[in-house]
Design a protein around this ligand. Structure first.
Ligand SMILES: Cc1cc2nc3c(=O)[nH]c(=O)nc-3n(C[C@H](O)[C@H](O)[C@H](O)COP(=O)(O)O)c2cc1C
Length: 225
């Protein structure tokens, strides 16, 4: 699979087969992904790859937190989409598309709650990767580099027949993850990645999200046509 194909084929996977993912395969994916560029080759990323009973404990603790109404306590600020903006519209469109595929009606609060829980359970993936950085770095400084390595992980996973979902939800309650994994307080948890073999029968995995046409978002400057 070439890189163009991997980029086109990647999509967020929110339903996984229970099959375990070999540790060596994940190591190979990470070894490839860390070839990603970073500012001054600072490599401001670290990973915790979690499976088995610890991942089960994280899922349960996350779900308990969210069901208790605990507000997110993320280690860094994430997107706040202004009301009446195109960004908010896209977010609403995504929710509608996912709920449509999952046959969750707007009024069905119980099913909506269950769907939200799935995210906090890392979509029941056999593996969760927590991507971290060091608090010695500024909060926003390493985010671009981390974004690049995260996409590299997702693309390498596609090349190996695996699916991923990048997710904020997984790290909404970082102290729980620290407590259950021993990750020290000086590490800032940036994002989670659910990983496993895709269950292609899971309806939400059919989603192919929209993108704006490139010419709508690109200024071509100095070209003849
Ligand atoms: C920084 C970031 C955070 C995300 N957080 C979540 C999340 O918490 N839950 C979720 O279901 N998807 C999450 N996603 C996946 C996006 O919804 C998805 O990438 C987007 O809708 C485009 O769809 P695609 O990945 O299938 O192309 C996240 C993606 C990114 C890049």
């Amino acid at each position: 699979m070439d890189v163009m194909e991997a980029i086109r084929n990647r999509s967020s996977i929110r339903g996984f087969k229970p099959d375990p993912v070999p540790q060596n395969l994940i190591r190979e994916i990470l070894k490839t992904a860390v070839r990603s560029p970073s500012a001054l080759n600072s490599q401001p990323w670290e990973f915790a790859v979690i499976t088995g009973p610890v991942l089960e404990q994280i899922r349960q603790a996350n779900v308990m937190q969210v069901n208790s109404g605990a507000p997110p306590a993320l280690d860094h600020v994430t997107g706040l989409w202004p009301k009446d903006s195109i960004y908010r519209e896209r977010q609403v469109a995504l929710g509608k598309a996912l709920f449509g595929l999952m046959e969750i009606s707007r009024e069905d609060m119980e099913k909506r709650r269950q769907w939200q829980e799935r995210g906090f359970r890392f979509f029941d993936a056999p593996v969760a990767i927590i991507v971290m950085t060091d608090t010695a770095l500024t909060e926003s400084g390493p985010l671009l580099d981390i974004g690049i390595v995260v996409q590299s992980i997702c693309l390498a996973a596609v090349a190996k027949g695996l699916g991923t979902c990048i997710e904020d939800q997984g790290v909404f309650y970082p102290d729980i993850i620290r407590e259950l994994t021993g990750i020290p307080k000086r590490k800032r948890l940036i994002i989670g990645i659910a990983m496993g073999y895709p269950d292609w029968d899971f309806p939400a995995n059919q989603l192919k999200t929209e993108r704006d046409p490139v010419d709508q978002i690109t200024s071509w400057i100095g070209f003849e046509s």
